[in-house]
Design a protein. Sequence first.
Length: 363
Amino acid sequence: MSFLSFLLKLVKIFRSLVFFSFLVKTRRSSVNLYLFCSVVLQDTEKENVHFPMRFQLKQHIFFRLIVFFQVLVGGSFSILVHLCEQNGRIRFSSITLNFLIEFFKLILSICSLIYSKEFQHKQIHLFPLLKQSSFYSIPALLYFVNNNLAVHIQIQMDPTSYQILSNLKIFTTTILYRLIIKQKLIKQQYVGLVLLFLSGLVYSYGSINNSNTEQHDTYIHPLGIPMILVYCTISGLAGVYNEWILKRYYSESIHLQNIFLYFYGTIFNFLPIFYLSVHVNLFDGFSVYTWLIIFTQVFNGLFMSIVMKYSSNLIRLFIISFSLIVTTFLSHLVFEISFNIFFFISFFIMLCALSLFHVNFSK
């Protein structure tokens, strides 16, 4: 597929999204749904708007559905990537995948801002916005590196190994939380972090011994360990820095903040796309599973912005932890993966660590 054909396809998709947004805006039932979602996404306190108890209950339910959806997406990501494998190789381009994810998130954020009350009653000053947007280039660059790394890690380990070792994000996120946002920790939380780190070491040791065994066993190739360490470090830094920016400009519309972030994300992913379009078919290897990854990750990213702005990265850590349950269940269901004793020892240590960590955060 040529680069021009790729652009034309994106234009058609964008036109379809705009048309769909117009339909949503013009139909009364859809307007009610949109207003409900907008109130959840926006900071209603600054507008001094008071909603009935029934509506507040809907907000709480909607937020919990967001978290539940993210747990499902986080747990199924590795499974979907492995379903796209062929002869031990990922068939699709991770660059194309992440570009489309960032592009669709940008388009949905623009549509949300256009149809929000804030946009209709607010004057836009271009220069201050451009200056403010520069802060979002840093997390966008970190996400660009990490999202591509997350795809290629799947070759180095099975889905369950990836998910349980991803819990090291809790360790990196908490340390960076302490350094950047000045989040204080108590002794029990440090003990929980040490246990969490030990659980990763135990599981890594057991999985490396299985790297040359049958296909349905858990495994980790040696290169997978440094890759997952880099991945978790960058993920923690990107998450903490992004939350810091979202809350630093708390009065700003979350839709506008998402536009800043995904604009830079789209740019960073577009540069290699331009190069690849000359040499390869950008959509080569795409399947139903690939588009399912794109669909789920688009909404997962938008929902994560809500969590980090109106809650914190601590909810994100809950999501990461409980995603392991989903991955374990799906790995057994789809790939019939068997688990060794190291998995259960590691899982038990991880539960002890999480109990110390999250219980003390809730106090």
